[in-house]
Design a protein around this ligand. Sequence first.
Ligand code: SAH
Length: 391
Amino acid sequence: MFTLRLASGKEARILEGHPWIYRSEIARVESEGEPGAIAEVRDSRGRFLGQAMVNLKSQIAGRLLSRGEEPIDAAFFERRISEAVARCGRSVKGPDACRLVFGEADHLPGLIVDRYSDLLVIQILTAGMERVRDTILAALRSAIQPRAIYERNDASPRKLEGLELRKGFAWGRGETGLWIQEGDLSFFVEVAEGQKTGFFLDQRENRQVVKRLAAGREVLDCFCYSGGFSLSAAAGGAAAVTGIDLSAEAIAWAEQSAERNGQSSRCTFMIGNAFDALRAFDREGRRFGMLILDPPAFTKGKEALAGALRGYKEINLRAMKLLAPGGILVSCSCSYHVDSPTFLGMLRGSGADAHREFYLRELRTQASDHPILLAAKETQYLKCAILEALN
Ligand code: SAH
């Protein structure tokens, strides 16, 4: 039997509910299986801790699938998927979109499943999940009955697991561009070419906050992608909205969605570098009643943290200077390695340098269909601070 024996004392974190076993925590491997195979995990005294998908080539060598001894078969994955889709306010039918499976937080490590209307998009990030890909596809078909399943297995973390990058239909065929509904708004989503799996589902609840606060304000949405925050602000009664993104494709999708929602006259989308745009608006003496910053992750690792913080500081400082008195700054970071205290510290520094005083109205996080497992801090990555300028 393929078994991982942990080094002495290394079971504590796992007993607290964390699902990962680092390579450095393993004392001995018995009857080693292929990358991704299931192994029993035992502590240094031989006590059974659970069953994990194991890839000894990866730093995260084991990902716990179960703390029990049940067979890990098709019925197991069917159960796990039905449990996941039934929690966190998710829905399996309708024109809307949501995340149905969020990896470790749904006890399905390495698996992401997003639903865009009748199309499912999956992302497999580990060798373990890759081995059971067909079982997962069958379980998703029976639980959700989608029109098709598209695979966005072109995410770079796959390389750490020794997996190739690829994308395409895993089952079924049809259009990869489609309309989804979020509240009163329609958004165009292109699952084959878009970022992540096509849309930033994790910001859904934060878009509602923007909608609530935008009335009458002139809004600048930097890093606007396909216009999620921009159109939410417009729908909330913003006086005018400017969205900026580097990607010409994203801007075309934003324009298409503005048109569909009857918001074209209030929204202007521009292809451009947000850093330059913030500088240019300052030179022109422009002021905004609401500024939204939702940049890409400036760092994917711990090493580049200092550089990332300089990037965050620069845009936040510039944004704070551009805010009209009483203005709202919605500032986000999706870098897991920038934790909440560090993020707030950066905002404090920016506020001081901008000589502005702010209320921290809310410190928000990812939408509830991206649940945060208390025992696994890695499942929380998004920060979204809602700041209000006092003066
Ligand atoms: N707010 C969006 C998601 C933003 S993702 C939403 O809720 O849908 C980050 C975006 O930043 C991407 O669309 C990417 O194209 C864009 N981007 C990256 N670097 C940029 C830069 N320097 N200037 C402007 N946009 C940039």
